[in-house]
Design a protein around this ligand. Structure first.
Ligand SMILES: Nc1ncnc2c1ncn2[C@@H]1O[C@H](COP(=O)(O)OP(=O)(O)OP(=O)(O)O)[C@@H](O)[C@H]1O
Length: 209
């Protein structure tokens, strides 16, 4: 469950003040955030992830007001409850697919369960690549690994920033359907931000900034 109220943000070096609409998402509710380049989509996502501190307003995830937490507690909260999917590759290149997932569970303070990893890799069509290094993966495979890394620890919220922009039409649909499926399986909220109009028809709940 996510509640965003009276949220404003200003970059220290800029005059512009972003004012974001109030957003209330119930358990399992998904949201697609659309908007032109520069409107503040990534900024909003980074506030939701606790990576940026808002000027005003609150973000509550499961009734926890995340920006009231200390740095240390916020880092721990993010590690355990938030799954992030970025446009570019955020996997560790010097580790294999398997080792990346093991590290993700370790840093989320969760048991490194080999069966759980195998089930997820199987589901995302990555099982054959388990022992491969990141630079051996295609763009579509990297994006599916990004999803695996964002959901392996069963987060309460999955935040995806332009997850489809480098993908062809078929992979675009596959990636969104996988994100929705994983969110549903783990009772998580899914928030996707994009300017990719192909994604629009795949969500019933949309917000244009
Ligand atoms: N660290 C920063 N310091 C100052 N200004 C920033 C910073 N990051 C982003 N901005 C500015 O804030 C505005 C919004 O940026 P943001 O990345 O949130 O937009 P966006 O809607 O996600 O755009 P796009 O679709 O192009 O990714 C832009 O004008 C950008 O230049």
């Amino acid at each position: 469950m996510i509640q965003i109220n009276n949220l404003t943000f200003q970059y220290p070096t800029k005059e512009h003040v972003f004012k974001f609409p109030n957003i209330h998402l119930k358990e399992q509710e998904n949201l697609l955030v659309l908007g032109k380049s520069g409107v503040g989509k990534t900024t909003l996502l980074h506030i939701l992830a606790g990576l940026l501190q808002p000027t005003q307003g609150t973000v509550k995830i499961d009734d926890v007001s995340i920006h009231s937490l200390s740095h240390q507690k916020l880092d721990a909260f993010r590690g355990q409850n938030i799954g992030l999917v970025f446009q570019s590759n955020h996997a560790v290149n010097s580790l294999t697919v398997l080792e990346n997932l093991q590290a993700r569970l370790f840093f989320s303070k969760q048991p490194v369960d080999p069966k759980k990893i195998d089930v997820l890799l199987e589901e995302l069509g990555l099982i054959q690549l388990k022992k491969h290094y990141i630079n051996e993966l295609s763009q579509g495979q990297l994006q599916r690994l990004a999803i695996a890394l964002s959901v392996i620890h069963n987060p309460k919220i999955i935040l995806a920033d332009e997850p489809t922009s480098s993908l062809d039409d078929d992979n675009c649909k596959v990636v969104i359907e996988l994100l929705k499926k994983k969110a549903e399986q783990t009772n998580a909220n899914l928030v996707v931000i994009t300017h990719d109009q192909r994604v629009k028809s795949l969500f019933s709940n949309t917000l244009t900034l």
